[in-house]
Design a protein. Structure first.
Length: 141
């Protein structure tokens, strides 16, 4: 888990610490918590080695999907849905941030998303070149 917003007590670290504890209570050692001292290249390389990413940050979701790793996106704005559509991924991989207030429901959504990770990964890989071409248009004149 990687945190960016450090405004306590409501920053990323507080939420991610609770989430990591809940995940590790059910599946010891499965949630990793990282300090924010990684650059973009290191984060993308790290994403390549992960089975699954849970994030509320668009750039981490892009890094994960761009490296072939499925992601469950905690949507605080309606930004993630378009990203998921580019990779032909189900819309329920974007969960409303309010679900963080319901740990049982959040755990259920995480379990469902992780259970579907193989199909998600196939979809990501099948669309990767198309998405890369599309994103390259952002940098061409």
């Amino acid at each position: 888990m990687h945190w960016v917003n450090t405004r306590e007590p409501f920053g990323d670290r507080a939420v991610l610490t609770k989430l990591a504890s809940a995940i590790n209570a059910r599946a010891p050692g499965r949630a990793l918590h990282f300090v924010p001292k990684l650059n973009a290249r290191e984060i993308k390389r790290l994403c390549e080695s992960l089975d699954f990413v849970i994030t509320g940050r668009m750039h981490l979701a892009i890094a994960a999907l761009g490296s072939g790793t499925p992601a469950l996106c905690i949507a605080y704005q309606q930004k993630f849905e378009g990203l998921l559509m580019h990779f032909n991924l189900p819309g329920d991989l974007a969960v409303p941030a309010s679900l963080l207030n319901d740990p049982a429901s959040m755990a259920s959504r995480i379990a469902k998303a992780v259970a579907g990770k193989d199909a998600q990964q196939r979809s990501i890989r099948s669309r990767a070149k198309r998405v890369a071409k599309f994103s390259a248009k952002n940098f061409s004149g």
